[in-house]
Design a protein around this ligand. Sequence first.
Ligand SMILES: Cc1cc2nc3c(=O)[nH]c(=O)nc-3n(C[C@H](O)[C@H](O)[C@H](O)COP(=O)(O)OP(=O)(O)OC[C@H]3O[C@@H](n4cnc5c(N)ncnc54)[C@H](O)[C@@H]3O)c2cc1C
Length: 415
Amino acid sequence: MRKRIAIVGAGAAGLHLGLYLRRHDIDVTLYSDRRPEDYRTARLLNTVAHHSITIARESDLGVNKWPVNENGYYGHYYYVGLPTPLRFYGDLQAPSRAVDYRIYLPELMKSFAELGGRIVYEKVSTEDLETLSEQYDLLVVCTGKAGFGSLFQARESATPFKTPQRALCVGLFKGIADSPIRAVTMSFSPGAGEMIEIPTLTFDGMRTALVMENHIGGELEILSQVKYEENPRAMRNLLLEKLHEHHPSVAERIDSRTFDLARDSNDILQGAVPPIYREGSATLNNGQTIMGLGDVMATVDPILGQGANMASHAARVLGEEIVSASAFDARFIEHVEARREDRVICATRWTNYMLKNLKELPPEFQKFIGTLSQNREMADEFTNNFNYPEKQWDYFSSIDRLMAWCEKYSHQQAA
Ligand SMILES: Cc1cc2nc3c(=O)[nH]c(=O)nc-3n(C[C@H](O)[C@H](O)[C@H](O)COP(=O)(O)OP(=O)(O)OC[C@H]3O[C@@H](n4cnc5c(N)ncnc54)[C@H](O)[C@@H]3O)c2cc1C
């Protein structure tokens, strides 16, 4: 069967799919509204950490260009700002790694072109899709922007929130010393917000990403609103004040004389992510079926770092199914959905669960945090399961399951 595939969008989803297909000698055309050289001067896109399971896929694709022994991190420190603060640590079984996507995506575009992939630099619109779908055997949409999201039907049962749940202030910073083990720090300030600190490879070497997940209407929401460009010193001072008050386990490693954005005012991103889960395929008016992949199918708040990791997983599944398909029909779609959905929907549900419960702190969640803080083995399991959101959701999907998990470790502790 002839297979000519078009992919709209050269983000992690489109590139991981495109690279996989080129490695299997499939004819692929990628449509991108950005050229590799556009990224260097672009505003920070996100602060993505790839877990080891994603890095293994990058190795298969030949794009693991940033060795984890130089750029990776090894676990998570946790800080919970209760009246008696909790501090504990969990190990990853294999390192994770964060590279500024303004470095990462152009490198992958380069590799895709070297493998014989074709990139068409143009901004595609929804009106173009019918024509494109007739020129190719399968069209995969890998961006939710420019109205593409609305082509795919939202699945209400997996979309519990109608609005963003956090006001984000995200940046790359200098002037923050490494923790004793190079690791992510997840800091929780009950009633105000969460912050994730990520050692990140930037244009200037290793720096620190801070993902401030501020509760809407809370004391930290202001961080998503004050503009660095208008008064850099005032923004720096505000950040220092709020970090010392709410996220002290990170603030204690900040050198206030050198603390600033890593390079320039493009290193900060403020806003909010509206979470949504959509069906993974849609039918155009001309009767052609298109597939969705990545954020266009499932967009989650970045609090647990799942979006790109699940996009990479879904890209691998779709790639394998395209390679083995004898037709791109309803049965093909069933195959893809049966294989990609569990991880994607569990990452979505677990993220939405944590957004709610970190804010509301119901008794069972407090019990979970308390048990986790007292049991290193459980903290290791929880940390490593950032690779496997479906295993995490096995524990969080009901109060009974969560309590059984806590019980298991409480017994071990008592024994
Ligand atoms: C602050 C922040 C932190 C994050 N941290 C993590 C993390 O730690 N771990 C993690 O796994 N995920 C994280 N994410 C989520 C992650 O960034 C996304 O899930 C992932 O990048 C989605 O990739 P994508 O390819 O689906 O979409 P996108 O990255 O949105 O890519 C779409 C591409 O399509 C192109 N495009 C758009 N419109 C058009 C058009 N009309 N025509 C042609 N091309 C077009 C764009 O230029 C873009 O390159 C984070 C997100 C944010 C905002």
